[in-house]
Design a protein around this ligand. Sequence first.
Ligand code: COA
Length: 190
Amino acid sequence: MSYSTALLTPDTWADFAALVDAHRGVWGGCWCIGFHPEGFGASPEENRERKRARTEAGTVHQLLVYDRVDGVDAAVGWCQWGPPGEVSRIKNAAAYEKGAGEPPDWRIGCVFTAGKHRGRGVARAAVRGVLAEIRAAGGGVVEAYPEQTEDRKPQRGAYLHTGPEELYAGFGFTRDRRIAKWRWVMRLSV
Ligand SMILES: CC(C)(COP(=O)(O)OP(=O)(O)OC[C@H]1O[C@@H](n2cnc3c(N)ncnc32)[C@H](O)[C@@H]1OP(=O)(O)O)[C@@H](O)C(=O)NCCC(=O)NCCS
């Protein structure tokens, strides 16, 4: 299936906000701010404002995936990425720092697909679009921090916060090192 995509900008903010609102802020009000250096505010509203401020300032890299929903184009997923300074709060940071070598040029932080659109290639379209953006920006070493699903009981997508390993392996990412029981640093040179 092929989807259209667009970057998160002030022009597409309303599409992003509608998707997040439809999922009660995502994880109770994260608003996709958790990977940014400022982190969570005191409330979902503050998280929303922090994300909006970044979007207005152009200090966010996020690709939205669109599909037709009830006859109109709607954002149904996203993938967030950026240089390490923009995507600084990764999960299992202490374990990550312990074995850290050269930092990557880019990090993929959050990936999300609307509940009713899962299992139809939305996340794959999002990561494909992000890699094309990175290539257009000059490429470099890209890291993602996905979850192992192999040799583990089946996981609902809802619990795969940073995406499944297979999603990234499909684009050529390979395991670099383990940073939690089920989470790996994976790398790709673009
Ligand atoms: C994980 C998630 C992003 C997957 O999105 P999706 O659009 O359903 O994924 P895709 O259909 O593009 O799947 C791509 C590949 O990922 C893998 N995959 C997807 N869901 C999977 C699951 N639940 N278990 C194992 N592998 C899975 C498969 O290999 C799949 O390829 P295949 O369908 O050809 O086998 C989605 O379930 C989600 O949004 N979960 C919540 C994540 C979240 O909360 N993020 C924000 C908090 S940080």
